[in-house]
Design a protein around this ligand. Structure first.
Ligand SMILES: Nc1ncnc2c1ncn2[C@@H]1O[C@H](COP(=O)(O)OP(=O)(O)OP(=O)(O)O)[C@@H](O)[C@H]1O
Ligand SMILES: [Mg+2]
Length: 227
């Protein structure tokens, strides 16, 4: 369902070139629960951004659902992002002037969900991530961990085919981290949603059924384990 073939990514930094990914190939099936681990700077965020059509590769190919991303125009990419992908970013990317409720409901409004249904689904997911009663707060009125949970709720509420989560537990205490991972496991089981995480967190790696290690822009190991 996601196929990454010999992908390279270089960033220009003044007159030096940073080789963030050096020929990465990876194939991810629908319903996988995969964690991409590796030291800081190894290319995890870069890889998620490429899979998420947020950035484009310098070389190589990425396809989602059999569609080569490189051949898609801007509008097509936006449609793939909106309809198939849910994101949890390392830096949340919440809209500061919107409340928790509005930040989550917004992604349903974008896909044309009727108001009453959007309202119900938003309230339910906010409750599931433990934010009942905080719907009307803006991000600045929430702790880092609470903002993270709003970001997770926003990604999950659309019930996307693929959820890409960059360090989803980075700002959470271990209890909240477990709760959110359990919620993702449940969604994976119920809807066969594909989850792709990047992480440093052993807890996330323990939940993953496949662990791919990056080092200096290359995959150094890729292991599946039984559930
Ligand atoms: N926009 C950019 N311009 C220049 N270099 C970049 C840019 N983004 C990332 N890099 C570099 O690319 C490499 C990979 O970065 P990336 O963010 O993918 O690592 P990461 O594995 O997600 O690290 P972390 O665990 O710290 O989040 C690093 O050397 C980083 O400095
Ligand atoms: Mg990163």
């Amino acid at each position: 369902m996601i196929s990454v073939t010999n992908v390279q990514k270089q960033y220009r930094d003044g007159d030096t070139t940073v080789h963030a990914l050096r020929g990465v190939s990876l194939s991810i099936e629908q319903g996988e629960f995969i964690s991409i681990a590796g030291p800081s700077g190894s290319g995890k965020t870069t890889l998620l951004n490429l899979i998420g059509c947020i950035d484009t590769a310098t070389a190589g190919e990425i396809s989602i659902d059999g569609r080569a991303v490189a051949g898609c125009g801007k509008r097509e990419l936006a449609a793939i992002r909106r309809e198939k992908l849910g994101f949890v970013f390392q830096s949340f990317n919440l809209i500061p002037v919107l409340t928790a409720f509005e930040n989550v409901a917004f992604s349903l409004t974008l896909t044309g969900t009727p108001d009453a249904e959007a309202r119900e689904r938003t309230m339910r997911i906010l409750d599931e991530v433990g934010l009942a009663g905080m719907e009307d707060r803006r991000p600045s009125q929430l702790s880092g961990g609470q903002q993270q949970r709003v970001a997770v709720a926003r990604a999950l509420v659309k019930e996307p085919t693929v959820v890409l989560a960059d360090e989803p537990t980075a700002n959470l205490d271990s209890r909240t981290g477990h709760a959110i991972l359990e919620l993702m496991v449940e969604m994976n089981r119920r809807h066969n949603t594909t989850f792709v995480f990047s992480t440093h967190d052993q807890m996330v790696m323990d939940y993953a059924r496949r662990l791919t290690m990056l080092h200096d822009g290359e995959i150094v190991s890729d292991e599946r384990r039984s559930a």
